[in-house]
Design a protein around this ligand. Sequence first.
Ligand code: VAH
Length: 321
Amino acid sequence: RVLVTGSLGQLGSGLVKELRAMYGNENVVASDIRKAPDEFMASGPFVYADVMNYSMLERIVVDWRIDWVVHYSALLSAVAEKNPALALSVNMAGFQNVLELAKVHRLRLYSPSTIGAFGPSTPKINTQDLTIMRPNTIYGITKLHNELLGEYYREKFGVDFRSARYPGILSADTPPGGGTTDYAVDIFHHAIRHGHYNCFLSKDTRLPMMYLTDCIKGTVDHLTHPTPLPQSVYNIAAVSFTPEELTKEIQKHLPHFTISYPDSAGIDFRQAIADSWPSSLDDSMARRDFGWKEEYGLEKMVKTMLNKIQAQVEAEKKSAN
Ligand code: VAH
């Protein structure tokens, strides 16, 4: 049985769906601190889980006879930077609880890390798994702490801790939750609905990105890999692009789409976060060890996002009439 925390976030619902298709609805317990929408409730068990409350989590693990946990509860980079104290609690104390539970109840634990765990002194291009890591955002600091603690628990207590450093994730069905890479999702909604997007990052900010379907597939392959893997934490990546390159790709489908960028007076706080991160990752170890491979390049990603959001807009129009 698998427990997914933070299952109502950008990544959770897709992962729960995939795991339920593989293992049966009853064997995947979804959780969050918010009320789930009806369709979510109908597809299998959903429970309230506050990751800051150890005994509440333990009760779920015991009552539901949980074997694996996918820990998705976290504050993303931009939200965390606005509320560092809360980020420390949710991202670090929450993770510590889950990790301790994994030790006590012999659980397999998958908890994603991020490109945000790197910092300004990390080599920016083709960043390797093992490199300089001095993050200067609260988000990155919490995530690096989790990587190190997970590795420590694996070495010391034999916890099967698995983690991948996710890049920015693009998805059409679920909104992103307050990250620096959110522009790459917002841009599509604005392109279709308004024909214009006011981007909060500069046009040449290159960041690693991935389409949600690939992220879920990579996560499932990593989570379910039968044998112990040589390392706990892996880079995974698909493509890297700048807002300008993404705009050009969108304009192939929507030639009238326009974009504006911050001028020197209006630089957004998220620019500094983005500037501290790598622009591309070396993910060859993930490719070697659990067969990671993306299906979506920039072209396919853009086509899929536009089609899906267009369909949403049409459905909204129909229901309004
Ligand atoms: C963020 N999307 O922007 C997240 C992520 C790639 C970084 O972890 O905060």
